[in-house]
Ligand binder design. Structure first.
Ligand code: FAD
Length: 540
């Protein structure tokens, strides 16, 4: 009885002190707050920018947009919300390249990370070496991957895992996973981070942190985490959809950069042959294995879209008629896209190595295409398409995207139910449709990112563009695809997920949901951060 009484008294004391702190924050003007107040903007143009994104489908008006000059400014803003009697929502906005409002904050504050990037003017990327982990780059979460590439190339180095498009922020892609054709071999970008500085959504040390060795041991608002230190926060933030903190710095693994890339595309008319060959190619995936490919993706070619699209123009114009007639014959062609890096030393064996790798593949004879390009040209391949669309006013249009992860065992059912039925029947697809496999063992299951429970799984990306009055048809198609998968028992996970009900989020995270919830209570107990993901609906 004595013990219970003591416990009740201590709990009351903690509660009373907490309330007093809250009242103090309300009553006493905080000097720090005065320092950041003038960095809040609410002019119509700034509000408009923060209330839309690359999707142009969701529009949420924030109360203000924050233009930080430093990481401390962001910490002060979060602290202010956390200490307020009525906290306000805060969303970091990288480039706003989400498609469903994930970086928005209705009636809250959007932190414009681009302002911080301009202030820092590239100085928050430094390259160093550590005897244990080798070369790495320390990079501000607000930085763009294209700038990380250029800064590391100055040292002859580069990250190993990429996204197809490089004008995305480090904090934004690490909050999702960061995937591309390198993922089968090097893992997603979240598998290539050594350490991070994170400003969490909580201010104070949890009093019981000593009980659990994995709980947060930092000062609360600014915590360094890695596999050695504050592991729980490290795993929470990677793939954590911005729910646990703002990534202020990430230490990215670097390796020697190659100079050039041999880039090959192969056309298939049979989906089973296409996937079997993809799976065979990704089974050679050791990081140091010399005979492995460096990149593998795949895509559909259909009559609805042009043969070359904004993601890359590859096929020679003279070949378009014969490719088009094959598409007419088969309705859909499947294209495997692979790349092998090389430099002066490895060039002489390159053709032989590629020949060995591609030997026995079942592509349509005569439909083999290749290019030799510089490493930067290869990694930055989407940029020229973007600039072209921008000049035609076709970049800032609605993007009703759907990105899925599909277990390997169900990809044939997906092909017949979705590609050959829904997509061909509706006949509205415009934009690239990507299909390529990855190896689960290159992902770390302790991280927040949610993936299918099979050794190999596919990513399928419907990267639609539409008119402002026609995106609803694509949205309906996306819903039909998801309903088909649910009814057919295909265990898809959404990548860059967009769910609106608690039940859908619980299903999305599956066995990880309780962990996700626990981490939210630990690192953002007042549910301040990234409300645009629509995971937590608690009223502040
Ligand atoms: P935002 O959209 O601004 O933010 C995304 C989420 O992260 C939000 O919840 C936001 O609050 C949070 N966030 C942003 N910054 C931080 C931070 N510093 N700390 C914590 N949370 C933060 N993805 C791939 O994986 N592979 C691809 O190949 C790929 N290609 C793409 C091509 C194009 C043309 C586009 C538009 C997107 C592509 N994406 C790809 C998707 C991209 O990864 C996401 O849009 C991602 O969110 C990054 O965009 P962003 O930096 O603008 O982040």
């Amino acid at each position: 009885t004595c013990f219970i009484l003591l416990l009740v008294t201590i709990t009351r004391l903690i509660y009373t002190v907490g309330k007093t702190e809250q009242r103090k924050a309300l009553i006493l003007p905080d000097l720090d707050i005065e320092n950041i107040f003038h960095k809040l903007r609410d002019d119509p143009e700034t509000i408009q920018m923060a209330s839309t994104d690359y999707g142009h489908i969701v529009h949420e008006l924030p109360a203000a947009v924050f233009h930080p000059s430093s990481i401390d400014d962001i910490a002060t803003l979060i602290k202010t919300s956390y200490n307020s009697f009525v906290p306000f929502h805060i969303a970091a906005r990288g480039q706003g390249h989400s498609t469903q409002g994930q970086a928005m904050a209705r009636d809250g504050v959007v932190v414009d990370m681009a302002t911080l990037r301009k202030q820092r003017n590239g100085v928050s990327i430094t390259v160093s070496k550590d005897p244990l982990i080798g070369h790495y780059a320390d990079v501000g979460g607000e930085q763009l991957w294209i700038d990380v590439l250029h800064a590391s190339l100055e040292h002859g180095l580069a990250p190993v895992s990429w996204t197809d498009y490089l004008y995305l922020t480090v904090g934004g892609t690490l909050s999702n996973a960061g995937i591309s054709g390198q993922s089968f071999r090097y893992g997603p970008q979240i598998s290539n981070v050594h350490e991070m500085d994170v400003i969490t959504g909580m201010q104070f040390l949890r009093s019981f942190s000593a009980i659990s060795p994995t709980s947060c041991l930092g000062k609360g608002e600014f915590v360094t985490c890695s596999t050695q230190k504050n592991l729980e926060l490290f795993n929470a933030v990677l793939g954590g959809l911005g729910q646990f903190g703002v990534i202020a710095r990430a230490r990215i693994a670097l390796e020697a950069a190659p100079k050039r890339v041999k880039w090959v595309r192969l056309l298939y008319s049979d989906f089973s042959a296409f996937t079997e060959d993809q799976e065979r190619l990704i089974s050679i995936n050791g990081k140091k294995q010399k005979n492995a490919l460096d990149f593998l993706e795949g895509m559909l070619l259909m009559n609805q879209g042009p043969i070359n699209n904004w993601r890359s123009s590859f096929f020679p114009l003279s070949d378009h008629p014969r490719i088009a007639s094959l598409i007419t014959e088969h309705s859909i062609l499947y294209c495997i896209e692979v790349a092998k890096y090389y430099d002066d030393q490895t060039e002489k064996n390159l053709d032989k190595e590629i020949q060995v790798l591609l030997q026995g593949l079942a592509y349509i004879p005569g439909f083999y295409y290749e290019k030799n390009v510089s490493y930067v040209e290869f990694l930055n391949r989407v940029r020229s398409g973007e600039l072209k669309l921008q000049s035609q006013g076709l970049w800032e249009v609605p993007h009703p995207w759907l990105n899925l992860f599909i277990p390997k065992s169900q990809i044939l059912d997906f092909n017949s139910g979705v590609f050959r039925d829904i997509i061909l029947k509706r006949n509205i697809s415009s934009g690239p449709v990507l299909v390529y496999p990855m190896n689960r063992n290159k992902w770390d299951d302790r991280m927040s990112a949610s993936i299918p429970d099979e050794d190999v799984f596919y990513t399928v990306g419907f990267l639609h563009s539409s008119g402002f009055d026609s995106w609803k048809a694509y949205d309906a198609q996306n819903r039909e695809i998801l309903e088909f998968c649910r009814d057919a028992g295909i265990k898809v996970k959404q990548y860059l997920p967009n769910h609106s009900t608690q039940e859908d989020w619980t299903n999305h995270f599956g066995a990880k949901w309780m962990k996700f919830l626990e981490r939210k209570h630990q690192f953002d107990p007042r549910m301040i951060l990234s409300p645009g993901q629509k995971i937590f609906h608690k009223q502040l």
